[in-house]
Design a protein around this ligand. Structure first.
Ligand code: DQA
Length: 148
């Protein structure tokens, strides 16, 4: 398992200072370190963690995942709830037989009504939500085990 793309949508560059009671006090850099150290026992593997506030850029990264057959951990952030364009791009990944795990730091189902809908979940391989950074770590563990 050489590389996992860890893609993060809008406002997640503010992790650490954005609503820490909901999203925790760790930054995106802290998340990168936690994921990298979790992979340290799997030689030759790496994570490629990215964040964007731009829907088009996120879609481009999913196309890249298809073209390079790279598994994806995706936190679509607010795009989760309404971006059909992102859903279509995520579907390209799983239709190509590539793992795509949708993750959320918080549990959207325990929050406002508009967060209860994910237009992504129906095309994801699976969903992990509500465990903070552990949502990503669990997704990474799952991908590692599936591709072993
Ligand atoms: C989020 C949940 C979304 O509803 C929200 O818009 C986010 C973060 C999460 O990780 O809990 O930006 O995806």
């Amino acid at each position: 398992m050489p590389r996992v793309l860890v893609l993060n949508g809008p406002n997640l560059n503010r992790l650490g200072t954005r609503e820490p009671d909901v999203y925790g006090s760790g930054s995106l850099e802290d998340l990168r370190e936690a994921l990298s150290s979790a992979l340290s026992s799997t030689p030759g593997s790496s994570i490629d963690l990215r964040q964007t506030n731009d829907e088009a850029e996120l879609i481009g990264w999913l196309h890249e995942a298809v073209d390079t057959a790279t598994p994806v951990i995706l936190n679509p952030a607010a795009f989760t709830h309404y971006s059909y364009a992102l859903r279509d791009a995520a579907a390209l990944v799983t239709q190509a037989g590539i793992l795509l795990v949708e993750v959320h730091l918080s549990n959207p189902h325990a929050r406002e009504e508009f967060r209860h809908t994910s237009v992504i979940s129906g095309v994801a391989t699976g969903v992990i939500a509500g465990f903070g950074f552990d949502s990503y770590l669990l997704a990474l563990d799952l991908i590692t085990r599936r591709l072993r």
